[in-house]
Design a protein around this ligand. Structure first.
Ligand SMILES: C[S@@+](CC[C@H](N)C(=O)[O-])C[C@H]1O[C@@H](n2cnc3c(N)ncnc32)[C@H](O)[C@@H]1O
Length: 260
């Protein structure tokens, strides 16, 4: 397995949440009038967070993950759903999947775990698997969030417990040291000129190398791979207008194949 793939496979127990994120709820609303006609491909399906809502509603649902343990967990969660398949496979090669799709989702910044070349392969593969008026949604890390904030976010669940706050103090010091090291290693001027950078990301305790992209450059990258942007959404599901100067850690893109 590749290093990022290995981390996902080890971290299967982290993914317990089944709620849709705000930008995904917006899309669900957009698709609602014809949801039972939709054929959906869910890339990097993980343990089935998004399947939990979408799979029972759509006409055909295919989930795909390159981590055997993630794919197995999603399969278990969906075992009673008809018209559902969970496949083990890599989003960089979708050629063995039958048919094409009205909606392809690659949620929770999973596209960022691919190498820069892998990301472009994924865009091309998704393009080939989308119906002409189909929708592709993915979230991606925002270059504008860099340099990282050295303050470790407190857990909203435990933030007012004394024992947790004491633990968080120690953990916060170690966290700040690691963040400073990553920030020092960053050449932000070069990253901004290029439009992206690959660095260790906070998720999975810095074990994943993630791609961070400038929102405007993301639109250009999509154009080069045959997509038009339908909407860019922030973490609260609000429409973003470019230039996007927010320090939000990520944003969602909703796009469709360019009409030629
Ligand atoms: C951050 S988790 C997100 C899981 C789920 N989509 C969610 O939103 O909760 C990323 C998932 O994408 C999978 N993944 C990452 N890159 C992939 C690729 N190139 N092909 C298939 N799966 C991939 C990982 O194994 C992991 O299960």
């Amino acid at each position: 397995m590749e290093p990022n793939q290995q981390v996902f496979d080890e971290d299967v127990s982290v993914f317990t949440d089944m709620a849709l994120m705000p930008a995904e709820r917006i899309t669900l609303r957009r698709l609602a009038p014809r949801i039972n006609e939709i054929e959906m491909l869910d890339l990097g399906v993980g343990t089935g967070r998004t399947s939990w809502t979408f799979a029972p509603l759509v006409k055909r649902y295919v989930g795909l993950d390159y981590s055997p343990r993630m794919a197995e967990a999603a399969r278990k969660r969906l075992e009673n759903e008809p018209n559902v398949e969970v496949l083990l496979g890599d989003a960089r090669d979708l050629t063995s999947i039958e048919g094409d799709f009205d909606f392809i989702l690659f949620s929770f910044n999973a596209i960022d775990a691919a190498s820069p070349e892998g990301r472009l392969e994924i865009l091309d593969q998704v393009h080939a698997k989308l119906k002409p008026r189909g929708l592709f949604q993915f979230s991606t890390h925002n270059l504008g969030t860099l340099p990282f904030d050295t303050r470790r976010p407190l857990s909203p669940r435990f933030g007012n417990m004394r024992a947790y706050r004491l633990y968080a103090l120690g953990a916060g010091i170690r966290y700040a040291q690691r963040i400073r090291k990553i920030n020092r290693s960053l050449d932000l001027t070069a990253a901004r000129q290029r439009g992206w950078v690959v660095i260790p990301s906070m998720s999975h305790n810095f074990r994943i190398q993630d791609y961070y992209i400038d929102p405007q450059f993301q639109v250009e990258q999509l154009h080069e791979h045959g997509f038009d942007l339908v909407a860019m959404l922030d973490q609260n599901g609000r429409k973003v207008t470019l230039p996007h100067s927010s320090r939000d850690p990520w944003f969602d893109c909703l796009c469709t194949p360019t009409v030629t």
